[in-house]
Design a binder for this molecule. Sequence first.
Ligand code: SF4
Length: 292
Amino acid sequence: MTTFSQKRFFMNKNIGSIKRKTLLYKSKVDYGGWTINHIVGCTHGCRFPCYAFMMAKRFGWVKDYNDWRTPKLVSNALELLEKELENLKEEVSVVHLCFMTDPFMYDDTKNILIPEVKEMTLKIIKKLNDEGIRVTTLTKGLYPEEILESPYSIDNEYGITLVSLNNAFKERFEPFSSSYDERLLSLKRLSDVGRKTWISMEPYPTPNIDATAENIEYLLDKISFVDKIIFGKLNYNVGSSKYSGNDVFYRTVAGKIVDFCDARDIQYHIKTGTPLSEKSTVKILQHVGVNK
Ligand code: SF4
């Protein structure tokens, strides 16, 4: 029987739900480790294309693009986490949220974070931190004020994906995520009060896709406050692979990032498959303040 409070929940909810059998897993992303994806789908609906969407479609988790943009929360995520940590607590020192969805998903129709996603993400971070496990996060949404409250570890590392500051590019490739300015500002606010921050500059576009891509200096100048930068080329996009200067372009940009980071003591990792990548930096998120 559905209770009154359950009815209210169902009537008010903006997001569907599913149940899973497992939660924690080791990501195959080169710099990844233990990872949680507590949502299936993502309102941001990026069109680079999104690797997570391609995989979700291939494995039958979503039907199509619209289904991907209608996210479903893993309603038993906290129970699964509790159970899995009983066996894995000694082995897991850091967990990443998320590689296959977004932990602070943005609702561009209301200009807010999706409340159910935000709440679940914060509960998962708190649970992990309570167990002495550090968390790294990555979003194209915004960071909520709550993240500054005391229950969350000072050793967590908060990241945003930022590959351009060109709004015409954003409109075409990531139209439903938070604005570049707001996203950057929300990260800067965390940095300003002593939280550890990082940027994922991936998938970085070629100049035939984003006319401003060659001016990496402009973007780097805006993010010089972060502790870590991860850079990777754009894959799975016909336009970028057809770009005749692809290898030279990525080699040049990666070189500029390495020089920029070395000069400022910013940790960096150039992803496997991108020119100038090195295996020695692959554990960039596995340790606080350690690059090699
Ligand atoms: S934010 Fe990430 S998971 Fe979401 S659609 Fe964009 S690339 Fe995919």
